[in-house]
Design a protein around this ligand. Sequence first.
Ligand SMILES: Nc1nc2c(ncn2[C@@H]2O[C@H](COP(=O)(O)OP(=O)(O)O)[C@@H](O)[C@H]2O)c(=O)[nH]1
Ligand SMILES: [Mg+2]
Length: 425
Amino acid sequence: MTIKKFQGKSREEAIEKAKEDLGDDVVVMNVKEIRPRGLFSSFKKSTFEVTAAIEEKASSIDSGTALRNVQRMHESINMVANDPIPIPPVAKEPLDQSRAEQSAIEFLKRNASLLKQDDSEERERIEEKLENLQSILEKQLASERKAEEEKPFVKAEEKKKDNFSFLKVLYETLVDNEVDEKYVNQIMDEVEKVNGKGSSVDHILSNVYQKMILKFGQPHGIDLSGKKPKIVFFVGPTGVGKTTTIAKIASKLKVEQGRKIAFLTADTYRIAAAEQLCTYANILDTPLTIIYSAEELNQGIEQLENFDVILVDTAGFSHKSPNQKEDTGKLIQSVDKRYSSEVYLVLSATTKYKDLIEITDVYKDISDYKIIFTKLDETTTYGNILNIKLYSQAEVSYVTDGQNVPDDIELFNSQKMVKRLLGGS
Ligand SMILES: Nc1nc2c(ncn2[C@@H]2O[C@H](COP(=O)(O)OP(=O)(O)O)[C@@H](O)[C@H]2O)c(=O)[nH]1
Ligand SMILES: [Mg+2]
């Protein structure tokens, strides 16, 4: 992973510089506004500093190193556990990397209950660290070497103990946030590679933070750079907030970006559904076309050809209902090739993990999609957002966190989400 900082007069300028240097796939890790200081500071404008990273291809670690890392982790786990922990037999022959990693994962899983035992004082100290994630990251990125020099007397053993307690809290924090243990183990496994080099807790934490941000990737939102009109479908189960989200996005695009918006709805299963969008159409002074079948879609679009974006509301359906799935599939696929379209799968952050998996599978059969998570205000755990991102490999584009139109929506902010997942505020 390469991490660099870029400065610009605006956030966009700094991001643009990052793209020029590191390529389009660059991921923004952090954006810092630097406010001018001093006597005439109120006359000066802020500048922006963007920390950006790019993931290189996975470096190949030789099997000997992997094996040593696993052994080292076992040692460190043993050091502070209250009860004796069975050490899995280590093969005499060097393990290949994936087997070594697998054994580390298995070990962590088996000992998850032991990991939960900890003394509370230490725990508090580490939780505090997690909450101060931002400052740790800043410090880490600014002067990794200097920080090491400042603590030359910290004994290796103490450091190891510190790291282990920290790993325990990290593990629990992620599990408490309902991150799937499979992914927690993957993260711990990656952490272990860093820990193996005898790094400080700060180093490990900023490394986890960076890795998790890279896992989320960079959100893009609706792409309006291409041909007009852009057709944007919103699909998903009933009641997740499709219509409300359409209204939020429409008013942002219209008011903040001055785009010409039109609505089209294929949700005619319930009279109230079309009425709801009609209300928003009146408020936003936006045309609304109602269609009753997939065959009417292109005709509907033709009438709205001079608009920048056509937001299409669809009937939600239970992921267990094959008929309605077919209708939605037909609707999306029937859009004429001369139009460019995007599909957003709207999911509620309050839905159970198992259902979310089934829903993402069902909609994958219909089309590729980006994801919008709604109702973040109605849950205290955000692990499913990471779980579903990793499971579906789809981009998480927007999140919504309330019923207010248009305020309660934003482009997905990976930095904010990772901070929340790691227990920061
Ligand atoms: N708390 C909360 N409620 C939301 C959010 N988004 C939508 N809702 C509510 O969820 C309910 C269903 O929304 P609606 O847009 O009709 O869902 P649809 O059936 O998918 O179109 C409405 O009462 C919305 O106000 C959100 O982010 N947070
Ligand atoms: Mg609706």
